[in-house]
Design a protein around this ligand. Structure first.
Ligand SMILES: Nc1ncnc2c1ncn2[C@@H]1O[C@H](COP(=O)(O)OP(=O)(O)O)[C@@H](O)[C@H]1O
Ligand SMILES: [Mg+2]
Length: 287
């Protein structure tokens, strides 16, 4: 079963935040159905990463309620909470890949949580699952990097290896933070298509923060706009108009222009400046 998650009036602040700083997330209501795909957008500092950490059970809310797969995860024992976290694949913006490791081992480590200790040692010593790793890499055009050392890869290649880890893991909820930040537009398109397609095929829930609003509206059926820790909108992507984007990025227009790779025309009524979508992976609306 893929995972659904609900936030009811959730607020959160970072432990290290200044006492007088506003909460990074403020009274958010969000309901994400199992198998759904959602993009989170908004200017820097809006709280996208913090929200992803809340959804990934890496951060406890200061108030409000989280429901993860039908349960309050923060009411569970430590052991049971750990078990729930094993169902989550969380990809931070900079993937945590040990520099001296081979790509094959770094990838297969994504499976370790659900393996026995013996299995994991075997996997690391004799990468017998190299075939699986190879086919995950191929989705990101990295099939010839299987035996390379991580520190021999470019930043963009490392980011794509980080995404290929999702395909290796057996997690049911994929949370991906700014997956395209080190990629050029062609690679971005290829990577996001590989990720959304794989999640669709398996029926996994996929939530990703994105800087590129054109990618968000083109590749995701649902787009959530976040600003100053609050939900600005939560809409089917076809309803995300230029007016909404202009409001969301007001005083941060430079981010909107950079983010989309093309300069978005923010005038009222202008059509979204997006190239046609690539080959049609079936879009599942789960709400
Ligand atoms: N580790 C942290 N400690 C203290 N404050 C933080 C920390 N991480 C983020 N914040 C603050 O929380 C707010 C939201 O940040 P973040 O979730 O990183 O936004 P985004 O991902 O949209 O750029 C910002 O005001 C930021 O300064
Ligand atoms: Mg962030």
């Amino acid at each position: 079963m893929s995972i659904g998650i609900t936030l009811n009036g959730v607020s959160a602040r970072h432990p290290a935040a200044a006492k007088d700083a506003p909460s990074a997330i403020q009274a958010i209501d969000l309901r994400i159905a199992p198998g759904e795909q959602l993009a989170l957008i908004g200017p820097s500092g809006a709280g996208k990463t913090t929200l992803l950490q809340l959804l990934g059970l890496a951060m406890r809310p200061e108030s409000g309620r989280v429901e993860f797969a039908g349960q309050d995860p923060w009411g569970l024992s430590t052991h049971a909470l750990q078990n729930q976290r094993r169902k989550i694949f969380y990809a931070p913006q900079t993937p945590p890949l040990p520099p001296r490791q081979r790509v094959v081992a770094a990838l297969l480590a994504a499976r370790l949580p659900e393996q026995s200790l013996l299995q994991s040692l075997l996997t690391l010593l004799y990468p017998r699952d190299a075939q699986i790793a190879q086919s995950a890499l191929a989705q990101f055009d990295l099939q010839d990097k299987l035996w390379d050392r991580v520190d021999h890869l470019s930043g963009g290649e490392r980011q794509r290896v980080g995404l290929a880890r999702a395909l290796i893991s057996s997690a049911r909820l994929w949370l991906v933070d700014e997956p395209l930040s080190a990629l050029d537009p062609t690679r971005s398109r290829q990577a996001i298509t590989a990720l959304t397609r794989a999640a669709k095929e398996r029926g996994e829930t996929l939530i990703t923060t994105l800087h590129q609003v054109d990618v968000a509206t083109r590749e995701f059926p649902r787009v959530v706009g976040l600003r100053d820790g609050r939900l600005a909108f939560d809409l089917p992507s076809e309803q995300v108009t230029h007016e909404r984007l202009a409001e969301l990025y007001a005083q941060h227009e430079h981010e909107l222009a950079q983010a989309s790779g093309t300069v978005v025309n923010l005038q009222a009524g202008a059509a979204l400046d997006t190239p046609p979508a690539p080959a049609p992976a079936k879009i599942i609306h789960c709400r």
